[in-house]
Write a protein that binds this ligand. Structure first.
Ligand code: A2P
Length: 317
């Protein structure tokens, strides 16, 4: 299995199973099957509201010697309602209890957005806390303490712009090891990749297949589909591969971790096998031309009326 090395020296399997949008009923079976077929990296988060089922599958796989804890990579994330240092540690402990493990391989700040404690998803402006009032630096310091205490081996962030990442790097004792961001041929983020490469930060590509199963409220009427793109389909046909494998091989070829979500064993197997597909320079050049700066997950759900967050401020664009 292809892997990439983090700043700590830990090696991270380059293909992980995504669990966002995986219904609690389906995710238990999916994680069990994934571990049995060779996945060694599961990407989780409490806001996916399925960590207890993921944890049940992991516990059974560990007990059945399908995989050892040392050979399994578990990532989870701190939700926006627990950025305050006194809430961060209990949130991590809840995730550890739900996943039934005593440490995470990687713990990430899910968004550079803060909510009041207890708010799962904001309904009005009053549910938010502006980052001026809940500094990311303090949250980060609490994460660093969790590394010292052995609860997380590596720490990082998600959805951070270069500007926010750079500001965090300047004040961190432990530099962020990872930025998990939306990344696919329609949103190639070259400047971000360059910044991360220069600064020893790995990048994970979320929504590598375009996340077609997002809830309707998170979809735009005219959004493009990645799996049906003619260039992706042509490259797939050329290699006798599936379009999803082309999208994943493209991500791996740029040294980014990919976390495709599926709950169907045949697709999970197909996605894992994308590690064997090698795209050539012509394929990469044709796919490079597909960039259109398009976000499927644009964060607009955090910028409604009364919110202190705007899209410009969120992405620094
Ligand atoms: P399903 O879970 O029903 O298999 P992303 O990883 O970008 O969030 O995309 C997830 C979406 O892509 C889900 O709708 C998932 O469907 C679908 N998907 C996952 N793997 C494949 C594949 N190999 N071929 C086609 N669609 C896939």
């Amino acid at each position: 299995m292809m892997s990439f090395t983090l700043a700590s020296g830990d090696r991270l399997p380059a293909i992980g199973l995504g669990t966002w949008k995986a219904a609690p009923g389906a995710v238990y079976t999916a994680v069990k099957e994934a571990l049995a077929m060779g996945y060694r990296h599961i990407d989780c988060a409490p806001i996916y509201q399925n960590e207890p089922e993921v944890g049940k599958a992991i516990a059974e796989a560990l007990a059945g010697d399908v995989v050892s804890r040392q050979n399994l990579w578990l990532t989870s994330k701190l939700w926006n309602n627990a950025h305050a240092p006194e809430h961060m540690r209990p949130a991590l402990e809840k995730t550890l209890a739900d996943l039934r493990v005593d440490y995470l391989d990687l713990y990430l700040i899910h968004w550079p957005v803060a909510f009041k404690p207890g708010v799962l998803f904001p309904r009005r402006g009053d549910d938010f806390i502006a980052l001026d009032d809940q500094a990311i630096g303090l949250t980060w310091k609490a994460l660093e303490d969790c590394v010292a205490q052995g609860l997380a081996r590596n720490i990082g962030v998600c959805n951070f712009s270069v500007r926010k990442l750079d500001a965090l790097c300047r004040q961190a004792s432990i530099r962020p090891a990872m930025n998990q961001i939306e990344l696919h041929p329609y949103l190639q983020q070259r400047a971000m990749l360059e910044y991360c490469r220069e600064n020893g930060i790995l990048v994970t590509a979320y929504s590598p297949l375009g996340s077609g199963d997002r809830p309707a409220a998170m979809k735009k009427a005219d959004e493009p589909t990645l799996l049906d793109n003619p260039v992706i389909q042509r490259v797939a046909t050329k290699h006798g591969a599936a379009p999803a494998q082309v999208l994943l091989a493209w991500g791996l070829g740029r040294t980014t971790v990919v976390i495709p979500k599926s709950t169907h064993p045949e697709r999970m197997r197909q996605n894992l096998a994308a590690g064997q597909l090698r795209l050539d320079a012509q394929d990469m050049a044709e796919i490079a031309a597909l960039d259109r700066g398009y976000r499927f997950v644009d964060g607009s759900f955090f910028t409604g009326s009364g919110s202190p967050y705007t899209l410009e401020q969120l992405w620094d664009e």
